[in-house]
Ligand binder design. Structure first.
Ligand code: ATP
Length: 517
């Protein structure tokens, strides 16, 4: 999908009530978005799919819902006060601010662009005989570019890990990186910028009353580890899952809901015996990929990416990347966090956070493997996959273009629309309303009688409704209706009494969950 189509997707999301810019009447607040009537349904369904796949499908995973505000010491222990920073650089001419690492990554993307150009040129030249893998491995110019990329990545990784910001600045200068807005090379020094938002408690002044908006939901799970373990009598290995808001004062806020300042995370911390973490890391890596693929996402749009630059708490980390319209980017992270968090909380709070393992007859601080995915990024991935412009047969025997969201039926905001064939025949509308009233007890459905049937189909296509149920004159005779399927446009005739079962079979979240077993 090109940038052009991405723009269309963003405007479609607004036009059809999925996503609005926050505070739009005041010209918006950057990197903050509101979900509209269809957006909230899709978002809730994504959350339900995740929650059920974790909590309902694993008898050793339980959920919690912890508060956004936490004791300020939490963030000292977790390392966020000291280390949750991004390297920031300002351009003195344009006064624009950038993440230094993103400027370098964008530079790398440009080199990748050059490689692709070479590949495409050769593809054209050699036609069917072209062996892309061999070309990439042997072509001298491509090899030169690949070496450049590797050198830049290694140097950036090492300097970031060592906190050597002077070298990051040097690297930007050596690569001749210019300000994307002004073309200027007049850069400030690189400095660290803490991404946590803070606010103040009403009844305590100064540093002691300083509260942070949580930058991740995970810490609410760590500090409740023993509460949950004891109250649910879980034995290791076991997991705690949570869905909730997180806040980050991102420097680069762009790409729609990909990078927001207020967003939602779905995180699961899995507590394991020390030494068993790599086994579970591999398990969750594979299981999470399965979860994505169960949605029908094609193999070429998902890939793993190992971290070169491990976070302060991790001994292994992998991202699941999705091919967004602007390239492959992180959708989910799977991290082996060792006992870093629990040990730090134990130390700073003075409270023991240990587990007595009856198998080993020993007390220890468990190790943790986490899976962490942004709801909003997942939403964008689902919309990217779904957005389709295509030609379909129209009523006059010709062809017409339609825009359809091919959202997996189990995630679709509206499961079915009930449509009387025409609106000014009372018998039809009465019958249609009867069908609607019956089905609405079980499914999120819509009744629509306005405009010609073709236009109503298009409206439902545009919001991704998998089924349209049409009530026509035959219905009045024999209680049968037509059910039109969104993607194939196939029309099935069935009895009204069969509808609930049919919709259940095709739109229930269990249609996805069964693929995970
Ligand atoms: P990035 O490198 O893209 O900033 P990250 O490595 O900081 O992401 P994590 O801390 O691993 O991200 O957070 C876990 C998940 O939360 C990410 O995979 C992503 O889906 C989501 N996420 C993180 N930051 C944001 C954000 N600003 N807006 C939306 N989703 C986010």
């Amino acid at each position: 999908m090109s940038e052009e189509l991405f723009k269309k997707l963003v405007s479609h999301a607004k036009k059809y009530g999925f996503i609005f810019q926050s505070s739009e009447i005041y010209d918006g607040l950057s990197a903050v978005y509101d979900y509209g009537p269809y957006g909230v349904e899709l978002k809730n369904n994504i959350k339900e799919y995740w929650w059920k796949s974790m909590v309902q499908m694993h008898d050793n995973i339980v959920g919690i819902d912890s508060a956004i505000f936490m004791h300020p010491k939490t963030w000292k222990a977790s390392g966020h006060v000291d280390a949750f920073n991004d390297p920031l650089i300002d351009n003195k001419d344009s006064k624009k601010r950038y993440r230094a690492d993103v400027l370098i990554e964008d530079h790398i993307a440009k080199i990748e662009g050059k490689i692709n150009k070479e590949v495409n040129k050769a593809k054209k030249r050699f036609g069917d005989d072209f062996d892309e893998e061999k070309f990439r491995a042997e072509h001298p110019r491509v090899q030169k570019y690949l070496t450049q990329i590797k050198e830049i990545q290694e140097r950036m990784g090492a300097s970031l890990s060592a906190g050597d910001l002077e070298d990051i600045k040097l690297l930007i200068e050596e690569l001749g990186i210019t300000d994307p807005a002004s073309g200027s090379r007049n850069w400030t020094e690189v400095r660290q910028f803490n991404l946590m938002f803070n606010t103040q408690l009403g009844n305590i002044s100064g540093e002691e009353g300083k509260l942070y908006l949580r930058p991740e939901t995970a810490q609410g799970i760590f500090v409740n580890f023993l509460n949950v373990q004891k109250t649910t009598r879980q034995k290791i290995p076991f997991g705690i899952a949570q869905i909730g808001k997180a806040f980050r004062n991102e420097i680069v806020a762009r790409q729609f809901i990909f990078r927001m300042r207020e967003f939602e995370q779905m995180e699961m911390q899995y507590f394991v015996q020390p030494g068993k973490e790599m086994e579970w890391f591999d398990y969750w890596k594979e299981h999470r990929m399965k979860w994505h693929k169960a949605l029908g996402t094609s193999d070429d749009k998902l890939r793993y990416h190992d971290h070169d630059n491990l976070a302060h708490y991790a001994n292994a980390a992998v991202d699941i990347e999705f091919k967004f319209p602007f390239g492959f980017k992180e959708l989910e992270g799977i991290h082996s966090r060792t006992d870093f968090d629990l040990s730090s909380h134990q130390e700073l709070s003075g409270k023991k956070l240990q587990y007595f393992d009856p198998e080993m007859n020993e007390n220890y601080v468990p190790y943790v493997v986490e899976t962490s995915i942004g709801v909003d990024r997942m939403f964008l991935a689902v919309m990217t996959n779904a957005y389709t412009e295509e030609m379909v047969p129209d009523a006059s025997g010709g062809e017409a273009e339609r825009v359809v969201l091919k959202i997996p039926a189990a995630l679709a905001p509206i499961k079915a629309a009930v449509l009387p064939l025409v609106k000014n025949k009372e018998e039809l509308t009465t019958k249609a309303k009867e069908v609607f009233d019956k089905l609405k007890l079980f499914f999120n459905i819509q009744y629509d009688e306005k405009d010609a049937i073709g236009r109503r189909y298009r409206r439902q296509d545009a919001i991704g409704t998998p089924f349209c149920i049409t009530i026509d004159f035959e219905t009045l005779d024999d209680n049968t209706v037509t059910v039109r399927e969104r993607d194939s446009l196939d029309q099935d005739r069935m009895h009204i009494d069969e509808l609930a079962h049919y919709l259940e079979k095709h739109t229930n979240i269990s249609t996805l969950l069964t693929k995970l077993i």
